[in-house]
Design a protein around this ligand. Structure first.
Ligand code: BGC
Length: 517
């Protein structure tokens, strides 16, 4: 996920003296646990909800439907409670983001990560020990709070502690860890589903405790970032930490820049209102649109519900779970492709190429399902089943080298300093909101739209590709502080918003008085 806050403020132009010290390496491990934790939560719910023992205990109605074959194939899992088990996490996460933005600033990154770790641990305990649906949902809500705090603080922490030259890479590394977390959850589900005695799902949910514990211990061990210490007035401590993490005493230039960045950031009295100013509008529109579109590719229909989806198509339980492992692995590998190609071929190429690939993959899936899965059929024959899995992998791979990482990277590199923190909070919130919508609605949509659900998503892929074509400028290899001149002022539409300071103050005043657009 993206970096934010003061961190990226000093990225770009100047390169300061910095070694890759042990502290920086520990930070990378932190990134791994924060990302893994999020990914694990994304990936674990689908497998668990396809386990008969889990359904028997918490959702007997759904369990009966899967056994009795009374309903249409597509509607077996259509249940609001079951969807709430997945979606409640994202609703809690988006609420927590507002508090996390405050604690990240006022209490520091370290303490905010500790809060996240504690939420995670309690949430995992509730989930693994759940006796009834209420405990299960409370557990997911607590995990969601953890996600809200972690997803705000960890990327900020990382981008502040890393030397400039590895900052961009770390940004995608966080996303890579999310995908590894998803894959890890898929693998665990595949193993625990075989456990006799009906407690496999407890192990699946309980193993989230491993990254949770690592994050908590990590948060206790690391120092807070120099940016955060300086921002909170602890100047000497900030300088001492800077020397420690950079592995040199020669930190004066970077230190002065951090102090200056902190002064400028403090001058901005209304960062959220600032976001609405004319010159910030293109970035805001693009950030919001990217989050909406990222979720409307339909990716989380696969990430959350792949095992359920495969079992809807008539796969046996085992086959559903290992097919999910395959799509999870494709997701990880394709994210690596992105790390290597994003600064070479550029953001626009990846997004547009992936648009074509996702569109055709979804079209083929819709056609196969439309022809082959009738309401009460026993699912797909193996040849078609393999074709569907291949097409889902084709879709997932395109997503993973484009919309997955770029949905986060582009907002993080386009917001100017004064609005970066606020922009980051808005980005995370909008993303979690639409993630919630998909989690809560997908199984019902599958029931009503049937194979048409894939046409629905492919329609959105077409729309978002046009959006990219016309409205998303290329930001490859452009230093952050040169974005306005080299990107926005050159764009056929967005240049109209790049008015001078005076003008947008007037624009602002005009609006206050009820004039203006
Ligand atoms: C998205 C998640 C998604 C994941 C899949 C992320 O970029 O924000 O919603 O589950 O990619 O790898």
């Amino acid at each position: 996920m993206a970096g934010g806050g003061l961190a990226v403020a000093v990225a770009g132009g100047v390169e300061f003296e910095a070694k890759i010290t042990p502290i920086v390496i520990i930070s990378c491990i932190m990134a791994a646990t924060g990302g893994l934790m999020f990914g694990y939560d994304v990936g674990v719910s689908g497998g668990v909800t396809s386990m008969p023992d889990f359904l028997k205990k918490f959702f007997p109605v759904v369990y009966r439907k899967t056994k009795e074959d009374l309903d249409s194939n597509y509607c077996k899992y259509d249940n609001q409670g079951l969807q709430l088990f997945t979606s409640s996490l994202y609703l809690a996460g988006l609420t927590a983001t507002f508090f996390a933005s405050y604690t990240t600033r006022r209490l520091g990154r370290k303490l905010t990560m500790l809060i996240a770790g504690i939420f995670f641990i309690i949430g995992v305990a509730f989930n693994a020990g759940a006796q009834d649906l209420a405990m299960l949902i409370v557990g997911r809500i607590l995990l969601g709070c953890g996600v809200g705090f972690a997803n705000q603080a960890v990327p900020v922490f990382l981008s502040e502690i890393a030397p400039t030259r590895i900052r961009g890479g770390l940004n995608i590394l966080f996303q890579l860890n999310v995908t590894i977390g998803i894959l890890f959850a898929n693998l665990v589900n595949y193993g625990t589903a075989k456990i006799e005695g009906g407690w496999g799902w407890r192990l699946s949910l309980g193993l989230a405790g491993v990254p949770a514990l690592l994050l908590t211990v990590g948060a206790l061990l690391v120092v807070d970032t120099p940016n955060s210490l300086i921002e909170r007035g602890k100047l000497e401590e900030g300088k001492a930490v800077l020397k420690k993490i950079r592995g040199t005493d020669n930190v004066e230039p970077e230190y002065l820049e951090l102090v200056e960045a902190s002064r400028i950031a403090k001058e901005v009295k209304h960062p959220f209102r600032n976001l609405l100013l004319s010159k910030n509008r293109p970035q805001l529109i693009i950030a919001v649109a990217l989050q909406f579109f990222q979720q409307f590719t339909g990716i989380n229909a696969i990430m959350f519900y792949a095992p359920v989806l495969f079992s809807t198509l008539g796969f046996k339980n085992d086959a559903s779970l290992y097919s999910a492992v395959i799509t999870g692995a494709v997701n990880v590998l394709s994210t690596v492709v992105s790390i290597y190609s994003v600064d070479k071929v550029g953001r626009r190429f990846l997004l547009l190429q992936a648009g074509v690939q996702m569109f055709f993959a979804q079209l083929v899936i819709a056609i196969v399902l439309g022809i082959k899965v009738t309401d009460n059929s026993n699912g797909l024959h193996s040849g078609f089943a393999i074709l569907v899995v291949i097409m889902i992998c084709t879709f997932v791979s395109a997503f993973a080298w484009s919309w997955g990482p770029l949905g986060w990277l582009i907002p993080s590199e386009t917001f100017p300093l004064e609005t970066r923190s606020a922009g980051q909070s808005v980005t995370v919130c909008i993303n979690l909101f639409f993630t919630f919508v998909i989690a809560q609605a997908f199984l019902s949509m599958l029931c009503h739209f049937k194979f048409g659900i894939f046409l629905f998503f492919s329609g959105w892929v077409l729309i978002m590709s046009f959006f990219v074509w016309f409205f998303v400028p290329e930001t490859k290899n452009i230093p952050i502080e040169e974005m306005t001149e080299r990107v926005w002022k050159q764009h056929w539409l967005w240049k109209r918003y790049m008015v001078d300071d005076d003008e947008y103050v007037e624009d602002d005043l005009a609006k206050k008085n009820g004039f203006g657009n």
